[in-house]
Design a protein around this ligand. Structure first.
Ligand code: A3P
Length: 314
């Protein structure tokens, strides 16, 4: 068994040594099939692509980091499991972080097993990933598995990102360098524009399969978006449920203030990451406080160019 592990470790190192890499926040990002991934993501991503078999009943939550993944995971978990876990003081979201309840496939690194165990949940699996569409295992697109993609204003993603990496204690890269790399597409699962466009186009081609939500719209019209999500996932909220307050209860349970103030999210950890880092201020347009206008202009320009003709407006 240890021989096998050693062999796999060697294969991983061999793969990494063939990929272009970029120094990034105290570590490296690797360019793999046109997208950038961290040392931590790479082994699990490769395993996921090789071995994950999607089921028709699966639901995948897909984002680029800092688009509001934590929020969407919480909403989807509460929605899909509302019959097993009624919204009361025993709800799992009150003592577990959404990333613990909805695992990211590429972080399921098979350290002590030949292949990661993807069959860890009940009949309907709810999982997350930052994997771009072009790199998804074939079974995801060829099965009935549903994808919920969340996008967000690129300037807000960038600023959220900067604060997040700082909270992780990695201050090797300056704000200017970090920005420059981000513009060149060098960020976790970046280029962010290519990531978003892939799923945006898929949502237009296959609206029954891929639902694209926007962070800004969810903030503005949370009830409408939650009900839409429930319908898409095949677990619509009935009139009786709504009258009984189900929509407000789920939104309340998953709201930024509620979640940020939970003990598990104030002091809990996820590997070497503090849960607290996932909750900053959850505002739309907060980039204005950190991004000088020339930088904002440069990001807007890239965004306009990349999204031109796609109908996508972020
Ligand atoms: P800000 O840094 O702009 O506050 P991700 O979950 O993809 O890592 O994204 C993190 C961003 O989502 C952060 O944005 C965070 O504050 C915000 N966020 C986390 N939980 C949220 C919630 N329940 N509702 C709204 N926004 C939330």
């Amino acid at each position: 068994d240890s021989d096998l592990q050693e062999l796999m470790e060697q294969q991983r190192k061999n793969l990494l040594s063939t990929l272009p890499r970029q120094r990034w926040q105290g570590s490296y990002l690797y360019k793999y099939n046109g997208f950038w991934f961290s040392t931590m993501q790479m082994p699990g991503l490769v395993e996921f692509r090789k071995h994950f078999q999607a089921r028709d009943s699966d639901v995948l939550i897909i984002t680029t980091p800092k688009s509001g993944t934590t929020w969407l995971k919480a909403l989807a978990f509460a929605l899909m499991n509302r019959n097993i876990y009624p919204i009361n003081q025993n709800h799992p979201l009150l003592n577990q972080n959404p990333h613990t309840l909805v695992l990211n496939l590429e972080y399921l690194s098979p350290h002590d097993k030949q292949h990661p165990d993807y069959s860890f949940q009940g009949s309907r699996r709810l999982l997350g990933t930052h994997c771009p569409l072009a790199l998804l295992p074939e079974s995801v697109m060829n099965s009935g598995c549903k994808i919920v993609y969340l996008c967000r204003n690129i300037k807000d993603i960038f600023v959220s990102y900067w604060h997040f990496t700082n909270k992780l204690g990695s201050t090797e890269t300056s704000f200017e360098e970090f920005f420059d790399l981000f513009c060149k597409g060098v960020s976790l699962s970046g280029p962010v524009w290519d990531h978003v466009l892939g799923y945006w186009k898929a949502s237009l081609d296959k609206p029954q399969k891929v639902l694209c939500l926007k962070y800004e719209e969810m903030t503005q019209e949370p009830a409408f978006n939650l009900k839409h999500l429930a319908e898409f996932l095949g677990c619509p909220i009935s009139q009786e449920e709504e009258t009984a307050g189900a929509v407000d209860e789920i939104l309340g349970l998953c709201s930024f203030d509620q979640m940020r103030n939970l003990e598990v999210n104030k002091s809990g950890t996820l590997g070497n990451l503090r849960n607290h880092a996932f909750f900053r201020n959850g505002k739309v347009g907060d980039w204005k406080n950190d991004l000088p206008s020339e930088m904002a202009g440069r990001l807007d320009q890239i965004t306009a160019q990349k999204f031109h003709g796609s109908g996508l407006d972020l």
